[in-house]
Write a protein that binds this ligand. Structure first.
Ligand SMILES: Nc1nc2c(c(=O)[nH]1)N[C@H]1C(S)=C(S)[C@@H](COP(=O)(O)OP(=O)(O)OC[C@H]3O[C@@H](n4cnc5c(=O)[nH]c(N)nc54)[C@H](O)[C@@H]3O)O[C@H]1N2
Ligand SMILES: Nc1nc2c(c(=O)[nH]1)N[C@H]1C(S)=C(S)[C@@H](COP(=O)(O)OP(=O)(O)OC[C@H]3O[C@@H](n4cnc5c(=O)[nH]c(N)nc54)[C@H](O)[C@@H]3O)O[C@H]1N2
Ligand SMILES: [Mo]
Length: 778
C-alpha cells in the first residue's frame, strides 16, 4: 500500500554530508527509484506504469526533453524520470476535505515539499475574496468567474497567460489561440527563465532558435563538449547516448565549475558491465569559474585563428566560411585582440588546459557542443552562446552529420510549446498564418515575458494571472517581490496536477483547476485522445496515457482551455472550441495549416516513431538570418566581476527535485543527505569568511542599487569548486535573485551569477527549524 504523506511540517532540514561520488546511476539508482515510486504508487502500479514510459504505445516521460532512441530499451526511463512519473501517478489525493481542514493562511506556511507530497488535486477549488478556505466549485462556475474578471479588464493586456513546458502541443496551440483571440500576446513561459538565451543567440546567428543535432549525430561526433550542464541528474538518459558516442570513438569534455558525477563515470543500469564497473565518460574536465565560458570559447577561437595563420588550411574550414557565413573579418579582428589576462582571470584555467582543448578541436572532424543552464542563466549568456557558435562555424561544424549546436532543453515539451506559438514576441509570419486560417486579427504588439509580467503585476498594470502548469511564484526570482506582486492581482488561476506554493500565494480571488497528467487516459466525446510533444532535437511524437485519471472530475488541459474560451469569448468567437475539445484531430488539422513542418500532421503523428521537424541549417545548410548566412558575431568580452571578499553564487538543482517539485532531501552524487539548505564553497573561501565546514551561514546578496537580500542558515559544505564560486539549491535561493538581474537581450533571470557574502548565521536562526523549501524571511 502506498505510504501516507508526511503530516508534520516544518520537516527538519538537517543535512548530513559525505564526500561527493565519482560515478552516476548503477544499482543505487535502481534502488532509489523503486523506493520513491513505491511510496507513491505501491508495487503493482509502479511496475505497470514504469514499463509504459517512453514506449511507442505509451506516454512521453513527463521529466526532461531528452529524445528517445529509435530502438527502445524495455526500460527506457531513468531514475529521475521514474520519480517524475511516480509524482504524477501517486495514489495520494488532495480532496475538498483537505482544504476544509487546512486554511490558506496555514498552507502558506507549509514547505513546497510538504504541499507537493499531499497528492493529486481532484476538484476545481475556489478562494473567494477575503476567504481563508478554498471551497469546491463546479467547473461551469469556475469558468464564469474567470470570464467575469477577464471581460471587465480595461484592456486584454491586463491579463497574463503563463505556460510551463509540460503542456502538450494541442493544448499549447489552443491556449495561444485563445489568448490572441482574446487580444493579447502576454504569453510568458518557463522558457523565459530557461533556454531563452539560447533562442536569442541561435536565431541571430543561424536563423532558428533550436538545436541542430539529432540523437544519431552524437554517434558520429569526434568531440562532444558538455558545457554548463549536469546530465547525470537532469538528463540521465543522455549518459547512455554519451557512452555510445564514446564507444564510437568520440572524446568528451566537461566544462563545469563542479566535478559532476555522471560526467566523470557512468554505470549504465541497462547493461551488466555498466552495473559492475561503469564507463569513465569525460576525457577532459575543465573546471571553469562561473561565468567564464565566453572567455574560454573566445580564447579557443583566437588560438584557432593563430593555428590557421601558422599553417593555412589546417585549422579552419575556409570553404564553409566563404560560402555560408557572414561577419568573419570583424569577428576575427576582435578575437585576435583577446587579452589572456582576462581569459585566465575569467576562466580560472591554466593556458595549457585551453591549449589541450585546442588540440582536441584540431584532431576532431565533427564537433558538437551541448549546453544547458550553466550557460543560459548569466547576464552575458547571449554573447557566450554566440561565441560557442563562432567556435563551431570556424570549422564548419554545422549542417553536416556528427556536428552542431545542442542546447539541451528542460521540460519535456518546452520546445514544442514554442513551436505552437507560446511566445510573447511571435513572428509576424506566424500571426499572418493564424489570421489567414481563423479569420481574426491577432494582436501585433509584443507581450510580456516572465520578468516583465512580474513588474506589471507589481505595478498594477496586470490584474489577472492564469497559468497552465508550473509554479510561478517559486520558480521566478526575487521571491518576496514576486509574491507581493501576485497578491496584488484581482484573480489568479492555476491549471495544475499537484498542489504548490503558487496556489497559496494568491490574488484577491483564486482558482485551482485540476487536470489530467501525461500518464492518464484522455477520453472525450469522440473517444480516447492522444497528444503530441516535441523533444529537444525537434522530433515530434504521440503520447498516450494509460492510467485511469486520478479523479473522475479532472478535465484535460485542452478541454479546460476550450471551455474557458467559450465562457470568455461567447458566441462571437470565430473558433470551433467545442469541436476542438471533442476531437484533437481537428486541432492538429489546424496546426498542420499554421505551423511550418506539420503538414499531414494527423498521419505523421500516428507513425510509431513520430517525425522530425525541418531545420534549415541542419538539413540544407540554409541559414534564414537577416543576412541569409550564418552570422559570426564580435561581442565585447564579458565576465562577472566579483568584489573583494564576495562570492559568485550559482543556484542549481539537487538530484531529488524537478525544478520546484521536491522528491526528497538527498543529493546523492554530491554527498548531501537529508537536507537542502546547504552552500557548497571552497574551503579557503569558507575560512576567509570565518566559517568551518558544518557551521551555518546566512547568504546575503548585494545588488548594484545597494539593496541586500538575505537567505538564512545554510550549512557550509567544503566542496571542490573553484575559489570565489559557490553553489546552493533553487528554489530556496530565489529570495536572493534581484528581479532586475537578467541576461541582456533574452531577459532571462541571471540565476547562475549572484554576488553574495557569507555571514555566520545567528544562533536563533541556526536552531530554528527551517521548513524545507519554504521561502525564508529576510
Ligand atoms: N531530475 C531533473 N531533471 C531535470 C530538471 C530537474 O529539476 N530535475 N529540470 C529540467 C529543466 S527545466 C532544465 S532547464 C534542465 C536543467 O539542466 P541543468 O542545466 O543541468 O541544471 P542545473 O542544475 O541548473 O545545472 C547547471 C550546471 O551548470 C553548471 N554551471 C553553473 N554555472 C556555470 C558556468 O558559468 N559555466 C559552466 N560551464 N557551467 C556552469 C553547474 O555546476 C551545473 O552542473 O533539466 C531538466 N531536467
Ligand atoms: N534560481 C533559479 N531559478 C530557476 C532556475 C534555476 O536554475 N535557478 N531554473 C529555471 C528553469 S530552467 C525553469 S524551466 C523554471 C521552471 O518553472 P515552472 O515550469 O513554472 O516550475 P515547475 O517546478 O516545473 O512546475 C511544477 C508544477 O507544475 C505542475 N504540473 C506538473 N505536471 C503538470 C501537468 O502535466 N499539467 C499541468 N497543468 N501542471 C503540471 C504541478 O502543479 C507542479 O507543482 O524555473 C526557473 N527558475
Ligand atoms: Mo528549464
Amino acid at each position: 500500500m502506498a505510504r501516507k504523506p508526511p503530516t508534520s511540517d516544518p520537516i527538519q532540514d538537517a543535512p548530513d554530508v559525505h564526500p561527493p561520488q565519482q560515478a552516476a546511476a548503477g544499482l543505487p539508482a535502481i534502488g532509489h527509484t523503486l523506493g520513491i515510486a513505491q511510496q507513491q504508487m505501491g508495487l503493482r502500479r509502479t511496475a505497470l506504469t514504469l514499463l509504459k514510459v517512453n514506449q511507442k504505445d505509451g506516454f512521453d516521460c513527463p521529466g526532461c526533453a531528452w529524445p528517445e532512441p529509435g530502438k527502445r530499451h524495455r526500460a527506457e526511463f531513468c531514475e529521475n524520470g521514474a520519480k517524475a512519473v511516480a509524482e504524477e501517478a501517486t495514489l495520494r489525493r488532495v480532496t475538498p476535505e483537505f482544504f476544509d481542514t487546512h486554511p490558506v493562511s496555514e498552507l502558506a506556511r507549509r514547505s513546497g515539499y510538504w504541499l507537493g507530497q499531499q497528492g493529486r488535486l481532484t476538484q476545481p477549488m475556489y478562494l473567494a475574496e477575503g476567504a481563508d478556505h478554498y471551497v469546491p466549485v463546479p467547473w461551469e462556475q469556475a469558468f464564469n468567474i474567470i470570464a467575469e474578471e477577464l471581460t471587465s479588464l480595461a484592456s486584454p493586456d491586463e491579463a497574463v497567460f503563463y505556460t510551463s513546458g509540460r503542456t502538450s502541443n494541442e493544448a499549447a496551440f489552443v491556449y495561444q489561440l485563445f489568448a490572441r483571440e482574446f487580444g493579447t500576446n502576454n504569453l510568458p513561459d518557463c522558457s523565459n527563465m530557461c533556454h531563452e538565451s539560447s533562442g536569442s543567440a541561435l536565431s541571430e546567428t543561424i536563423g532558428i532558435g533550436k538545436g541542430s543535432v539529432l540523437l544519431e549525430d552524437l554517434y558520429h561526433a569526434d568531440l562532444i563538449i558538455v558545457a554548463g550542464q549536469n546530465p547525470g541528474t537532469n538528463h540521465p538518459r543522455m549518459l547512455s547516448a554519451l557512452e555510445k558516442a564514446k564507444s564510437h570513438g568520440a572524446k568528451i569534455v566537461s566544462i563545469n565549475p563542479l566535478p559532476e558525477a555522471g560526467l566523470q563515470r557512468f554505470k549504465n543500469p541497462q547493461t551488466a558491465r555498466g552495473l559492475a564497473t561503469g564507463t569513465p565518460l569525460a576525457d577532459a574536465f575543465l573546471q571553469i569559474r562561473i561565468g567564464g565560458d565566453q572567455a574560454l570559447f573566445r580564447a579557443l577561437n583566437q588560438l584557432l585563428l593563430e593555428a590557421e595563420d601558422a599553417s593555412p588550411g589546417s585549422a579552419l574550414d575556409r570553404t564553409f566560411i566563404d560560402q555560408h557565413t557572414h561577419g568573419f573579418d570583424e569577428f576575427a579582428a576582435t578575437a585576435r585582440t583577446t587579452d589572456w589576462n582576462d581569459v585566465l582571470h575569467a576562466t580560472g584555467l591554466a593556458r595549457h588546459d585551453i591549449e589541450k582543448l585546442l588540440g582536441m578541436t584540431l584532431r576532431a572532424k565533427n564537433i558538437i557542443v551541448c549546453w544547458a543552464m550553466g550557460l543560459t542563466q548569466h547576464k552575458h549568456a547571449v554573447p557566450t552562446i554566440k561565441e560557442v557558435v563562432n567556435y563551431l562555424l570556424l570549422r564548419g561544424n554545422i549542417g553536416r552529420p556528427g556536428a552542431g549546436v545542442c542546447p539541451v532543453r528542460g521540460h519535456s515539451n518546452v520546445q514544442g510549446d514554442r513551436t505552437m506559438g507560446i511566445f510573447e514576441r511571435p513572428a509576424p509570419a506566424f500571426l499572418d498564418a493564424l489570421e489567414k486560417e481563423f479569420g481574426f486579427a491577432p494582436p501585433r504588439e509584443h507581450g510580456l515575458d516572465v520578468v516583465r509580467s512580474i513588474r506589471a503585476l507589481r505595478d498594477g498594470r496586470a490584474k489577472v494571472f492564469f497559468a497552465v502548469g508550473g509554479n510561478f511564484v517559486a520558480a521566478t526570482p526575487d521571491t518576496h517581490v514576486t509574491e507581493d506582486a501576485m497578491r496584488r492581482a484581482r484573480l489568479t488561476v492555476h491549471v495544475s496536477t499537484k498542489l504548490n506554493r503558487s496556489h497559496v500565494v494568491t490574488g484577491a480571488r483564486a482558482l485551482i483547476l485540476p487536470t489530467l497528467g501525461r500518464t492518464e487516459k484522455d477520453i472525450q466525446a469522440t473517444g480516447e485522445q492522444f497528444v503530441t510533444v516535441e523533444d529537444s532535437m525537434g522530433m515530434v511524437h504521440a503520447s498516450r496515457g494509460t492510467l485511469e485519471p486520478a479523479d473522475t472530475q479532472l478535465l484535460s488541459e485542452t478541454a479546460i482551455i476550450c471551455r474557458l474560451a467559450r465562457a470568455v469569448l461567447g458566441p462571437d468567437s470565430v473558433i470551433p472550441w467545442h469541436e476542438f475539445e471533442t476531437d484533437y484531430d481537428l486541432i492538429r488539422d489546424r496546426i498542420s495549416r499554421v505551423v511550418p513542418g506539420f503538414g499531414d500532421f494527423n498521419t505523421k503523428a500516428r507513425r510509431p516513431a513520430g517525425f522530425t521537424l525541418p531545420h534549415a541549417p541542419r538539413d540544407e545548410r540554409r541559414f534564414p538570418t537577416s543576412t541569409g548566412k550564418a552570422n559570426f558575431t564580435a561581442a565585447a568580452l564579458e565576465y562577472p566581476h566579483v568584489p573583494e571578499g564576495r562570492l559568485l553564487l550559482q543556484t542549481l538543482r539537487s538530484h531529488d527535485q524537478f525544478n520546484t517539485t521536491i522528491y526528497g532531501l538527498d543529493d546523492r552524487y554530491r554527498g548531501i543527505k537529508g537536507g537542502r539548505r546547504v552552500v557548497l564553497v571552497h574551503p579557503d573561501d569558507a575560512a576567509a569568511a570565518g566559517l568551518a565546514d558544518g557551521t551555518y551561514a546566512d547568504l546575503i546578496s548585494e545588488w548594484t542599487d545597494g539593496t541586500e537580500r538575505r537567505a538564512e542558515a545554510f550549512r557550509v559544505v567544503h566542496y571542490p569548486t573553484p575559489r570565489g564560486c559557490a553553489a546552493a539549491y533553487y528554489p530556496e535561493t530565489n529570495v536572493l535573485v534581484p528581479l532586475d538581474h537578467t541576461a541582456d537581450t533574452s531577459n532571462t533571470p541571471a540565476t547562475k551569477s549572484i554576488i553574495i557574502r557569507l555571514e555566520p548565521a545567528h544562533e536563533s536562526a541556526r536552531d530554528q527549524e527551517h521548513p524545507v523549501t519554504a521561502p525564508v524571511t529576510t
